[in-house]
Design a protein around this ligand. Structure first.
Ligand code: GLY
Ligand code: MN
Ligand code: MN
Length: 455
């Protein structure tokens, strides 16, 4: 029943609720481009969607991934060789490439809530594109990946740093439309997680759980915002475990799934961990769930995410003590590197069109960056939190021998309960990851809200 409800949600570009927010989204995107153009002394921004890449000495193409800047204008992830032309004060122009091609599927005619915001020029050949670009090419900047100089149509200024910095910094704050897409993406992902959990209960292999997930979210592998992590038992300790065993292991112990979905190019990035039937592992998951909610409750505008990351080490040190995996006080566990051996990645990252969205290290729009705290090089978000940032909160603890063995012969060694590590090893680890929107007083948890409407 829950899944049926999920499927009745309108993820399409006919969704009137998204349509009603799109105009003000475009107003924000225009404003940030006005600013970027002013700072780079140009009159027109030309945003290129991208060109499919071909495999070396082959005629196969890699899956097409559109330029995220193009997607920030229009919900068109499958429109290669197309251009948005923006001149402040004018309606943005969309040069929409609709080739005559009987070998490949071609895009449909322009249709959807987004069409009203553009002066759409449908072209059928690459040669026709030039006539729709501004004539004064030296007053243009081009934003996009140019592998073939012909696709720049004589525009010399490609991705000027000052403009890119302004656009990347601005993308850290989401518009209402983007938040609506991200809510839907969390909803779509949560429906996949519910199906995956059922497949795990049913004893299915990683491969079949992955397929159940993809079916529930209605994505091919290429449409997923990142490669699914579907890890049974000890595989949960491989942080980016992206292979799928075709057979389920015996006995089944644990299941860690890190999988997202996308809606109009906006991603969710969700992790859940389940125990099959081990009470101690179930208890560890429950402790991690409580810890993760505690961390979420500390989020609000003005908070330093770097400090929250370090605070997370203290919170997880307490979980490790309670779970019988380590002993000692949190300060000693941090100082000796014990917490980092169990929790060796960042607390989270900005989320948007890119799963690891741009701008997480930026101090301002001029490109100054903020380093992660010393000893925490993997943290990808060091900006002070602001209202309407959307980010992940993903604490985890794992039995990673490669890291834990490094503690031998150091002051950390005596803090580790090695029997406890031996117990955890066949379960892999626990990670719980939600997507949240920062507010003035707290956060909106897009992922928990989504699960609540499905379950
Ligand atoms: N799925 C990648 C990450 O959690 O950052
Ligand atoms: Mn993830
Ligand atoms: Mn993540």
């Amino acid at each position: 029943h829950g899944i049926m409800q999920a499927m009745s949600i309108d993820y399409s570009d006919k969704n009137p609720a998204l349509g009603s927010l799109y105009g003000s989204h475009i107003a924000s995107v225009r404003a940030r481009h006005d600013h970027a153009l002013e700072s780079s002394g140009a009159n027109h921004a030309v945003i290129f969607s991208g060109c499919p890449k071909t495999v070396f000495f082959d005629d196969q193409q890699y899956p097409f991934k559109a330029n995220a800047h193009f997607l920030s204008w229009a919900p068109l992830p499958n429109l290669p060789l197309s251009y948005i032309v923006y001149t402040p004060g004018d309606q943005p122009r969309l040069v929409y490439y609709l080739p005559h091609d009987y070998w490949h599927p071609v895009p449909g005619q322009p249709d959807g809530y987004w069409t009203g915001e553009f002066d759409v020029r449908v072209v059928h050949t690459v040669d026709e594109i030039a006539q729709h670009l501004p004539e004064d090419r030296d007053k243009c900047i081009l934003i996009g990946e140019i592998d073939n100089p012909a696709h720049a149509f004589g525009i010399d200024r490609v991705n000027p740093t000052s403009a890119i910095n302004i656009l990347h910094y601005a993308r850290g704050i989401k518009t209402e439309y983007e938040v609506a897409c991200l809510r839907l993406a969390s909803h779509r992902g949560a429906s996949g997680h519910v199906a995956a959990a059922a497949a795990f209960r049913d004893g299915q292999s990683e491969f079949d759980i992955h397929r159940a997930y993809c079916k529930a979210v209605s994505h091919t592998d290429n449409e997923l915002p990142y490669a699914n992590i579907v890890a049974l038992n000890s595989h949960g300790a491989v942080l980016h475990y992206t292979e799928f065993d075709r057979e389920a292991p015996q006995p089944l112990r644990s299941f860690l799934i890190d999988a997202g979905a996308q809606v109009h190019g906006y991603a969710s990035d969700i992790t859940r961990t389940y125990a099959y039937d081990d009470a101690r592992f179930a208890e560890l998951i429950e402790r991690m769930n409580t810890a993760q909610l505690d961390i979420c409750s500390r989020i609000r505008a003005g908070v330093s995410y770097s400090e929250l990351h370090v605070e997370t080490h203290r919170i997880l040190a307490a979980v490790l003590v309670d779970a019988g995996l380590v002993n000692g006080d949190p300060d000693a566990l941090l100082a000796t590197g014990v917490s980092s051996a169990f929790f060796p990645h960042g607390l989270g990252h900005l989320l948007g069109i890119q799963v690891h969205d741009v701008g997480g290290f930026m101090e301002n729009e001029s490109g100054t960056t903020i380093d992660p705290p010393s000893g925490h090089p993997f943290l990808r978000l060091t900006r002070l939190l602001e209202e309407d940032m959307v980010l992940t909160v993903e604490p985890g603890i794992y039995a990673i021998d490669m890291l834990l063995e490094n503690l031998r012969g150091t002051p950390a060694e005596s803090h580790v309960n090695w029997d406890g590590v031996g117990w955890l090893r066949p379960f892999g680890g626990v990670r719980i990851e939600d997507n949240v929107r920062v507010t003035a007083t707290g956060c909106e948890n897009l992922t928990r809200d989504a699960f609540a409407t499905i379950l």
